[in-house]
Design a protein around this ligand. Sequence first.
Ligand code: ATP
Length: 369
Amino acid sequence: MASLSLRNITKTYAGGFTAVKDFNLEIEDKEFIIFVGPSGCGKSTTLRMIAGLEEISEGELYIDDQLMNDVVPKDRDIAMVFQNYALYPHMTVFENMAFGLKLRKVPKDEIKRKVTEAAQILGIEHLLDRKPKALSGGQRQRVALGRAIVRNPKVFLMDEPLSNLDAKLRVQMRTEIGKLHKKLETTFIYVTHDQTEAMTMGSRIVVMKDGIIQQVDTPSNLYLYPCNVFVAGFIGSPQMNFINVTVDCKPEGTYLKSGDFSVKLPDGKGKKAEVQAYNGKEVLMGIRPEDLYDDEAFISTVPECTTEVDIGLTEMMGAETFLYFQIAGVDVTARVNPRTTAKHGDHIKIALDANKIHLFDKETENVII
Ligand code: ATP
């Protein structure tokens, strides 16, 4: 069992800089939770406070209802895997994995059993006699994981463990860490600045910015229902398009306008009191690239959600094609079917799926609908 409770946690470094502000989070036993956000947003600081490597300035950390603020790292029953693996170069893989157990005076045959078992889980039994310098990056990362596994900790903390690996290996290791989580049935807390990694690995994601939690949710809820402009722009690649528009509520429906551009909201959205309250005001409209269409079949069904654009660039990606153009003077990306005939210089119609439009308040940047 390992549930964690972070209550009003704040970290102010010696120089007076507050890296984490009033962080509140309940982590359930066996959860795979991800901290994601741009560089410097306080992810590692939070993880290090959980590990006990950084003092908590304010607030409380509980693990299984036990207050941990003043418990030293080695007594927290937590294992941490770092980005740089932190393996001892002069020791073999076996010795590296056994090191922590040896320090704890675990009997020799038990160490052997545990190391062999972990090596089997990770598929590195054949490497046990090698030194780290004779391993590939992926193998080193497995050894670092193995060293954590043998300790059988209550909680696994991982700080960007895959960032030193090449793109292909990173994708492979993502799946392996996911499988490892299922196999070990332990609580995992994983830090990354890579939103794709976050979206594919975690059961819940904590999005952070400037030391403050922006949203905590499942990957699909973060994608479909971002709570503010930051989350909307951070989650998803290519990122959501944003266009400044004015809300125009007419008896026949609600329109979003900017210059020649106009799109009618479906009544289910447009008649909402939240939207009507912005009548005559500017808001930020968000629409994801895949919610823009260039095919005639879709365009003909939504004449009031169609606009004309000049294609600047097209990028054929294989399973999809990206079209780049401007709407209302703003750069916009559409993700369309690769069979599109649109090419640079074409003047074409583009339709928006208005059901998928997000609106944000310009000042607070919070979602309206
Ligand atoms: P990255 O993805 O780059 O590792 P992060 O989100 O993990 O970033 P942290 O390492 O937690 O960010 O750092 C958060 C902020 O705290 C940064 O602005 C950083 O410069 C600052 N910081 C980190 N350690 C210290 C320290 N020992 N003293 C003062 N400021 C620090």
